[in-house]
Design a protein around this ligand. Structure first.
Ligand SMILES: O=C(COP(=O)(O)O)[C@@H](O)CO
Length: 258
């Protein structure tokens, strides 16, 4: 069974003081809700990671960074390594978010090195995948997803792939007023599952989580999480308040936990 997930990336929001306030409030809210059986994560900016990890210690919420460098240490000004994330209490490393691809020159070739670095540091990579609006228009979405998976996960094995979380986030659906249509999401997730079977076999595909992100909200969340092959929700704006995130956790719990 794949453990359901629900998480948020704060992007460039919430400094250390705000992270502590958020953590205290979210802990209080989640104490009243069903959380056992879910993997719940928050991805703060780097400077807020220590505060967030301390604020969530002993709670069901785990933290992660929004990027890593592929090297463990060295002359890489402005970069952060996977062991550094581990040291500040992280469990996750988000890789290949579309905003990093679009604005900071990230490539899937480099992301492959980052996947290796994250796994070597005992972090779970959250590997973002997603086609552009142009891919969608041309009907090449699945080709693009295949390229991204094969490039970022080259060298991985049937044993290591389930240690990676695939986050399907169509680029054209991020930061919008609504998510991608459910039937479209269902097709892409089914395609990704079939790709995993093709590349690494049935068992690996069965064990690997594929979550959806892109304008998830309290309005569309229940419909998305109930789709086959959607193992979790990855939320931006709608989870930037503790109340908003707690509501999304409840939606995932109601759909996925007995
Ligand atoms: O970018 C994401 C989605 O942001 P929304 O504001 O929900 O569109 C995803 O990676 C979560 O950070």
């Amino acid at each position: 069974m794949r453990k359901p997930m629900v998480g948020t990336g704060w992007k460039m929001n919430h400094g250390p003081a705000a992270a502590l306030t958020y953590a205290a409030r979210l802990r209080a809210l989640l104490a009243e809700q069903k959380t056992a059986g879910l993997d719940i994560f928050v991805l703060p900016p780097f400077v807020s990671l220590s505060a967030a990890s301390a604020g969530f210690a002993g709670s069901p919420v785990q933290t992660g960074g929004q990027n890593i460098h592929w090297d463990e240490a060295g002359s890489w000004t402005g970069e952060i390594s996977a062991p550094m994330l581990k040291e500040v209490g992280c469990r996750y490393a988000e890789l290949a978010h579309s905003e990093r691809l679009q604005h900071f020159g990230e490539t899937y070739e480099r992301v492959r090195l980052k996947v290796d670095a994250a796994l070597a540091a005992d972090l779970t990579p959250i590997l973002c995948l997603g086609e552009s609006a142009e891919d969608k228009r041309l009907g090449t979405s699945d080709d693009t997803l295949r390229y991204q998976v094969m490039t970022a996960l080259a060298g991985q094995t049937p044993a290591t792939i389930p240690g990676v979380v695939l986050a399907y986030e169509p680029r054209w659906a991020i930061g919008q007023s609504d998510a991608a249509p459910p039937d479209y999401v269902a097709e892409r997730h089914a395609g990704l599952r079939a790709l995993l079977v093709d590349l690494w076999g049935e068992k690996t595909a069965e064990d690997t989580r594929i979550i959806y992100g892109g304008s998830v909200s309290q309005t569309n969340g229940a419909g998305l999480i109930s789709l086959p092959n959607v193992d979790g929700l990855f939320i931006g704006r709608s989870a930037w308040t503790p109340e908003g995130f707690a509501a999304m956790v409840r939606i995932v719990a109601d759909a996925k936990l007995a």
